[in-house]
Design a protein around this ligand. Sequence first.
Ligand code: GLA
Length: 650
Amino acid sequence: MTELSPRIRFGGDYNPEQWPREVWPEDVRLMRAAGVTSVTVAVFAWAQLEPSPGRYEFGWLDDVLDLLHARGIRVILATGTASPPAWLAHLYPESLPVSFEGVRLAFGSRQQFSPSSSAYRKHALALVESIAARYGQHPAVEAWHVGNEYGNHVARSYDPESETAFRDWLRRRYGTVDELNRAWGTAFWSQTYGSFDEVAVPSAAPMIRSPTQVLDFDRFSSDALLSLYLAEAEILRAHTPHLPLTTNFMGFFKDVDYWAWAPHVDLVSDDLYPDPADARSHIVSAATRDLMRSLGGGRPWLLMEQATSAVNWRPPNVPLADGRHRLNSLQAVARGADGILHFQWRQSAAGAEKFHSAMLPHAGEGTRVHRGVRALGAELAELGDLVGAPVEASVAVCLDWDSWRAIEQDGTPASVDYMDSVLRFYEGFLRRCVAVDFIHPEADSARYDIVVAPVAHVLSDAALQALSQVPARWGTLVVTYLSGVLDADLHIRLGGYLGGHGPLRDALGVRVEEFAPAPQQDFSFSVTGSLSGEADFWQELLLVDDAEVVARFAGGFAIGSPAITRKSDGGEAWYVATRPSTDLMDRLVNLWLDGAEVPAGFDAPTAEAETVVRGRRRFVANHGSTAAEFSVDGRHVALPGHGAMWIDRT
Ligand code: GLA
């Protein structure tokens, strides 16, 4: 990756087009005072840059970039393609997206384009070409911000152009319609196709839609967005091979497969708005930040957007209490971010986001929020030693968009929240302060001592092979309920699940005969054996061929059946056929860490503390409501509650 700066970047989206020129010098003066190093400019400025087709007006942006450059503020320049102007919708109404129900979405908001619209693509790329030619060599520009939050509002469109593009995508994937029929299992319900032209986008239908058709449309739609990004990237790279490219991801975003996307960005960046009203939001935040680091293969990443206080899209929009903005920012730094940016610099006076907080609030600089911004800017300026520093993880948790999409389709054994299932296992390690990376189940996991595959519902042949290698190379493998049930076409792996006859089932030494979801999500039962505890939600009838039974179900439909098994052959291969309670999860995690000889992390002083080690620094966050006291290298630290964060400065 290209290192952009030896300082931790600090700043946010800067939208000068919303303000009269007289405000701009004041903006830049206040940015300097706040320690701002970088701003993202022109994210939504297409209408100002190209007021009518082919007529560009760059003068104002020249002045903005020159002004920023004169005061030493660097620019991550946006390509401006996220919100097409009114004339595009007017001249090309077919470029507007069509919803699942068949409604053509109107102009008047943003992101109102079909990902497969040729008119949108043509005009967007012409704009990018002009921007790249004009600003590629501008000394203020340090990186490109391509588009904005691809797929956030319109991840799929059911318009005629999308349908044609979907058919082309299917032709490339399957070659022949016979192969499509095989993959989609169209012998079922008389769904056989005679040609690709008969295939439609899977919009509203009478009953459960074809699972593989739906998954393929999800895959196609994610690819369509990526192809827009790649078309812009090609232009930018031709003009400016020296400038890194990024686009802002949105954490655990189901509609776009970030494993497929991440190799195409030079710098992974993310937008995250933890909900201050959710006492557990720091857990999802920690995982999200670990995902961003993992998507870049361990490289530092950029927090492209967060709020300084309230957002404007939650009911209600609770402000961030004192300390929470700092905590959110430093949690990102602790988990690998080399830059902390915000939406946005100056709070808007008009438009849909005028009640969204910003770095400079409506009430001006003498405010709680702005004082916090200045303090954070000063603090980040002291943490330059962290730039480029790694976070070392010896545990990997598998994350896979196919499994996520497939298990949440209609017609599955139960209503399963995939991310909730994954994060319960992640959280077990978080509580032990052990760093976790996310990996794709097909990835080479040789550098990890422990690999956990929660609800790995869809496993390709390559993934079955990769996971089964973990115990063979003396690692610890943990596979959970509902894993290895389907292949990449969503066909059942016959003969006892866990990938059917083959390497994973051999590695685990068990077979699954039947699923038994609990009648309610919170229906709990005991498991007993050499390990005992509580579990809920899920049971399976498990047949053991070659493994030790660690615990059996002591209640519920599967009473007496094995619930947790371990096969020790080289390393260890665990199968967990249920959803463990927090307490049981903690004891399992301890067994896995001990078995794999993974040292516990820098220990948390309380159950509600989060600790991370990055580079030579240790971070402790206190998410609890009472103070946490601990000693580090003989020093006594008293960390207040409610989101205080301590950083080791030795
Ligand atoms: C996203 C968008 C921004 C803004 C914020 C509001 O991050 O990228 O333009 O709309 O949400 O929270």
